[in-house]
Design a protein around this ligand. Structure first.
Ligand code: HEC
Length: 413
């Protein structure tokens, strides 16, 4: 019996007999499914890895990009805090070694019967939704020669006859080639929106919304669903109306001929124990000096209530190089909420906390964004670099930690 057990243990732990046994279907595909396919699929924001022959042809690039850390793109640092699915944001050394060994030994496809079961799509969707909110009609953005940005808002009825709570939400992007980011707002009044015609048909709007609009959710490339913990929800009154704000950008020839009709999917509950709000925390007045390769901007908020932080979604534009949101507790201790030691515009993941962060009166939340505005930044769009200020355009910058908080809101800064 003892012998048999040790034989079995030995068998499961056995290393590959030799490198040539490493195949796409059995060894590489599970890694790609876990950490790459949420962007690299037929409908995703990057070239599809759905065709094994295509991946085989890219073997040397897969090895180079994963070894250098270029792919997958920078993600929330695991030593800051634990997040749902965070094992899928980064590769382990063993996973990198598997990809390297596969590329080095001929990149065999192997036996399709060894392929893993259907891949986990929890980082892509929470469908089936309870409610889908779509812009009323397809829209073709209007860009001018001086402004490659178009902010378009659509008023949408949620269709709820009684109060409800949003317990999870996810943007559904129709045409990712022209969508830069999306925000879902809840206006406190809508009367002013009728000034220029039917707001359901779409209207031109400001990138930072209006002072009487609160934020429900936000999306940028790579964003995964926001999922609130059990018993927590964002309240919507009966017959709620929301504003879907689309930011379109002109990044290729013909972008002004494209159409888009995006929306949001919601999971709803009739009752929850606690209310949550989404706070776009961050500075809105700053200028990043031309040429500065390491420039940090900050904003701080004081808390007056007992609350819990549940999730953070960071948002910067192209020049970002790092992000950090922390709490300084009233007793002086520091707690990390979310940190990114790099930034790729295409990987704006929602960090859904495994354990909420408790806030008490006197605590301070700080959001800090770091930028590289030098000529060395591959994401640099100006040659030579120019001063870049907070603003609504893709070539302006933003610094937000959309912070999901249960039970409270901040007071004075
Ligand atoms: C959050 C989205 C995202 C994830 C996750 C991601 N990628 Fe990418 N990847 C991109 C984007 C966007 C590009 C194209 C732009 C670029 O090269 O930076 C890209 C480009 C690539 C390319 C070049 C493809 C080509 O057709 O030339 C390779 C290879 C690659 N990624 C490998 C990987 C691997 C391997 C993983 C997982 C371990 C991964 N990526 C995870 C977004 C992602």
């Amino acid at each position: 019996m003892v012998l048999l057990l040790s034989f079995l243990a030995c068998k499961t732990d056995a290393p590959e007999p030799d490198g040539s046994a490493i195949t796409y279907y059995r060894d590489v595909r599970p890694v790609l499914d876990m950490s790459c396919a949420r962007c690299h699929n037929d409908e995703g924001i990057a070239s599809s890895f759905d065709d094994p022959a295509v991946v085989q042809g890219l073997a040397a690039t897969l090895k180079a990009y994963t070894a250098s850390g270029y792919m997958p793109p920078p993600a929330p640092a695991p030593d800051c805090r634990e997040y749902a699915s965070s094992e899928r944001f980064t590769l382990t050394d063993a996973q990198k070694a598997t990809i390297a060994a596969w590329a080095d030994t001929g990149a065999a496809l192997g036996d399709p019967a060894d392929a893993p079961a259907a891949r986990d799509t929890t980082l892509e969707t929470i469908a089936p939704y309870d409610v889908e909110l779509w812009a009323s009609q397809p829209y073709t953005p209007t860009f001018t020669s001086t402004d490659g940005n178009d902010y378009r808002c659509f008023l949408i009825d949620v269709g709820n006859s009684a109060p409800v709570w949003i317990t999870a939400l996810q943007a559904e992007i129709d045409n990712p080639r022209i969508v830069h980011h999306v925000v879902l707002f809840q206006p406190s009044t809508v009367d002013d929106l009728y000034a220029n015609g039917d707001p359901y048909a779409g209207f031109s709007c400001s990138g930072v919304g209006q002072s009487n609009w609160s934020t429900l959710g936000a999306w940028g490339p790579g964003a995964n669903p926001t999922v609130l913990p059990e018993g927590v929800g964002m309240p919507l009154p009966a017959n709620a109306q929301v504003v879907l704000q689309m930011h379109y950008f002109n990044s290729f020839d013909g972008a002004d001929q494209e159409q888009d009709q995006s929306g949001y999917g919601l999971l709803l509950s009739d009752s929850v124990e606690r209310n949550a709000v989404n706070i776009p925390a961050g500075p809105t007045r700053f200028t990043i000096p031309a040429g500065d390769e390491n420039y940090t901007v900050k904003e701080q908020y004081r808390w007056d209530t007992n609350s819990e932080v549940l999730a953070v979604w960071p948002h910067m534009h192209l020049l970002g190089s790092g992000f950090e949101e922390t709490v300084t507790h009233a007793d002086g201790s520091e707690e990390c909420l979310m940190r990114m030691d790099g930034w790729d515009f295409h990987n704006q993941v929602t960090a859904n906390f495994l354990q909420p962060a408790a806030l008490q009166p006197g605590d301070r939340i700080r959001v800090a964004c770091t930028y590289d505005n030098s000529a060395n930044n591959p994401a640099q769009v100006s040659s030579p670099p120019v001063d870049v200020a907070f603003g609504e355009g893709t070539t302006d910058e933003m610094c937000f930690g959309f912070t999901l908080v249960a039970d409270a809101a901040p007071s004075a800064r």
